[in-house]
Write a protein that binds this ligand. Structure first.
Ligand SMILES: Cc1cc2nc3c(=O)[nH]c(=O)nc-3n(C[C@H](O)[C@H](O)[C@H](O)COP(=O)(O)OP(=O)(O)OC[C@H]3O[C@@H](n4cnc5c(N)ncnc54)[C@H](O)[C@@H]3O)c2cc1C
Ligand code: SF4
Length: 488
């Protein structure tokens, strides 16, 4: 008789878990897989129906109009007209923790940087175990674009690259390099770049959500596997699980042999809390810090038009101190024209202004290392699990780190100043401490919270995530946990 398996969630963690189960199915294991996902049944077919090559100015202006009330400089990214939301903290505490109850989760809004984390020390990944073989397995199912043999190889093996690198402007080429503690290469994206099919057409409208759906989305991949009969999707939120692996939704109750919870860090913590009650130690959600600053070129650079390229983080790199060992992920982007659109509306003039700005400036970003993060303490004070406090582990980007990145940039003819550094409210790379809070020390390694119930996302990491390796690591770890739980 088939083993009855449930996965809760539909983002990258759930997809990785499903891939692990798919591997076992291919080896002959009889598994009956049900995915429980918040969101609506017709979301994916609606996306297929609205699939577009390029947005025209009037469509962009109407999107901007819809978003008039939404704060921030950049337009909120819409995919299928569902914006990502911010979790509201207790008594109005501003959290900026991004949430999405749509099918596919915040994985519908990600920038899709994918790096296998093997060559740098990351305390969280060290707890999970060797993921090399699982990164390779995931890259057999998702596109990974990048340039083999570029400077990034110092930190990240390039074996997972399976698509050509994005085209970058000649003006950005001079920023590539490997000097001292800094390397900079072409960003690796989970993006179809091979000509034809659903590939990226470099239209530069990524900040509106890729209407062409060229960026890999776990939701779409799960939906496709469901269409092939690999799993069944039930579009309902799971409200509770019990020790005998019974799941309850608003409409039904069902029992399973194994339950894999992958509801995203906060979603999973909420479900565990609703199911097991308050833990012995406080629940904490971690968010890696993120800082931005502009850099200016001494001479005008030969940049092409922004609408002829991808609109975020064309370059990625790392700042690594082998002594500490302390790794910070770095990004360099051109100025997205979505910013000018928000101020001026999409017009020939707004595109002209952003293209001029791109002749002499770029935006640099530094992600926090494993000890540069925000901690939200979570409690239920009567209205469900909620953030009650927010604390930073460091006040600002350390001067020596800024200096190291600044001298790298200045050696290439780009200037900046620490006074221009701005802190971003969230990096959207979340993790939680379910194991520590509920006294299950082995949770990061085994994922097993109780008999037959596994936590397959970063809620189980018991420490802050380290920037852009996050989602690739979530997927690889999901495969690892699914395979290990059914074969050992
Ligand atoms: C703007 C932005 C840019 C980003 N860029 C990058 C990047 O370049 N690289 C990178 O690695 N990461 C990036 N991230 C982070 C990345 O999106 C997340 O790390 C990733 O989506 C987390 O995956 P997840 O599956 O754990 O959770 P989610 O993507 O949040 O998915 C969880 C899903 O489970 C559902 N769910 C929760 N509880 C339940 C329940 N009880 N029952 C049923 N369903 C439930 C949720 O509704 C959601 O659909 C970015 C995020 C944002 C917002
Ligand atoms: S440039 Fe961005 S929006 Fe345009 S097709 Fe490529 S990923 Fe999609």
């Amino acid at each position: 008789m088939a083993e009855r398996i449930a996965i809760v969630g539909s983002g990258p963690s759930a997809y990785g878990t499903l891939l692990g189960l798919l591997e076992l199915k291919k080896q002959g294991r009889d598994l009956d897989i049900t995915i429980y996902a918040s969101g609506s049944a017709d979301q994916e077919s609606q996306i297929q129906a609205t699939y577009k090559d390029r947005l025209d100015a009037s469509e962009i202006n109407s999107l901007l109009k819809q978003q008039q009330g939404e704060g921030g400089l950049l337009p909120a990214r819409h995919f299928n007209k569902v914006p990502v939301e911010s979790h509201q903290g207790y008594e109005g505490l501003k959290t900026d923790i991004k949430l999405s109850d749509s099918f596919g989760g915040i994985g519908n809004y990600w920038s899709s940087s994918v790096f296998p984390n093997q060559q740098i020390h990351d305390p969280v990944v060290a707890k999970l175990g060797d993921l090399s073989v699982y990164y390779d397995l995931v890259s057999g199912h998702i596109p990974v674009s990048g340039r083999k043999g570029d400077p990034l190889c110092r930190f990240f093996s390039d074996e997972t690259i399976n698509q050509p690198a994005i085209h970058i402007d000649p003006g950005l080429e001079n920023l590539l390099g490997d000097q001292g503690s800094v390397v900079m290469g072409i960003n690796r994206f989970a993006l179809e770049t091979e000509d034809g099919g659903d590939s990226c057409i470099a239209c530069g409208d990524c900040m509106y959500g890729c209407q062409r759906d060229a960026i890999f989305r776990a939701g779409r991949a799960i939906w496709q596997l469901a269409c092939e009969g690999i799993c069944e999707i039930i579009y309902e939120k799971v409200l509770h699980f019990s020790a005998d692996r019974t799941l309850r939704t608003e409409k039904e109750t069902a029992s399973f042999d194994k339950v894999y919870v992958a509801g995203g860090a906060l979603g999973t913590m909420e479900l565990v809390h609703n199911s097991l009650g308050a833990p012995t130690h406080a629940l904490e959600l971690y968010d890696t810090m993120l800082w931005y600053f502009p850099a200016f070129s001494l001479g005008l650079r030969k940049m092409g038009r922004v609408q002829d390229g991808i609109a975020f983080a064309e370059l990625a790199g790392g700042l690594y101190d082998e002594q500490t060992p302390d790794y910070n992920h770095l990004l360099i982007s051109r100025f997205p024209h979505a910013i000018m659109d928000k101020m001026l509306g999409r017009s020939g003039f707004s595109l002209f202004v952003s293209n001029v700005i791109n002749r002499f400036s770029v935006i640099a970003a530094v992600y926090g290392s494993h000890d540069e993060y925000l901690t939200y303490r979570l409690e239920d004070r009567g209205a469900g699990l909620c953030a009650i406090s927010r604390e930073k582990s460091v006040e600002t980007l350390a001067h020596h780190k800024f200096k190291a990145f600044q001298s790298y940039l200045s050696s290439k003819g780009w200037l900046s100043h620490q006074k221009l550094v701005m802190e971003n409210a969230t990096s959207s790379h979340y993790a939680g401490n379910v194991g520590l809070a509920y006294g299950v020390e082995s949770l990061p390694e085994t994922g097993q919270l109780m008999d037959g119930v596994y936590i397959c996302d970063s809620a189980a990491w018991d420490g802050p995530s380290q920037s852009q390796q996050h989602s690739f690591t979530l997927m690889a770890n999901g495969v690892r946990l699914a395979v290990a739980s059914l074969t050992t």
